[in-house]
Design a protein around this ligand. Sequence first.
Ligand code: FBP
Length: 253
Amino acid sequence: MNPFLTKNRGLLLAYDQGLEHGPTDFGDRNFDPSFVMDLAIRGQFNGVVFQKGIAEQYYNGRVPLIVKVNGKTSLGKGEPLAGQNCSVKRAAEIGARAVGYTIYAGSTYENVMLEEFGHIQEEAHSLKMAAIAWIYPRGETIRNDTAPEIVAYAARLGLEIGADAVKIKYTGDPETFRWAVKCAGKTKVFMSGGPKASAEIEFLKQVRGALDAGATGLAVGRNVWQNSNPDKIALALRRLVIEDRAVENALRT
Ligand code: FBP
């Protein structure tokens, strides 16, 4: 994960929502991948996450790249399955230093995703790339995907399957999230951003809590590029994650 870390911390900008959620996530500026690429540079993000198509057409090499190699739309119903849509080899050709892969743990199809991730992880490591697992417990049997035992299970799963880093949801408080981080062992933990919070300060407090619990960093999308001042929130997040500042201090101009 070294290409994606500064002082052992990492701030990643995720922009695969066009596939996962569709254009309803976008407004008049952030629909354009160039806007997000430029934002990632100005905000000194440690990495940017694109699907293959965006990476091929818009990636300019100025921020380390993670190519998401699977995904699914939000159009279908039923148990979630995100199949592979890009090879590790192709991701490397486009310039990726890591591949990302979503596993819906608990889905009836989790075996398909676990098997596919196994191949991807081996191939990525043979090409000296990192393999990052987005682990989202989801499916009919998952009642609460931020329950501490569920989040800790997701974190542990990342370690068990050889992920270099795992991207998981926040439990809501540092005490329970600390257990998840411990369960991940040497696998680095990134908190997943989620839908745009109603108040910036609340989101920053959650990020601070995850860091205090031992998280390596944050992989965030909507809370940055849906913000009316994305550069300002990006700076505040950088101060929290990389400079390890307090929330009040991070927001100061
Ligand atoms: P956000 O910060 O916008 O939540 O992005 C993080 C992310 O993991 C994206 O990579 C992905 O598109 C999205 O969340 C998936 O969200 P959902 O919970 O709707 O599946």
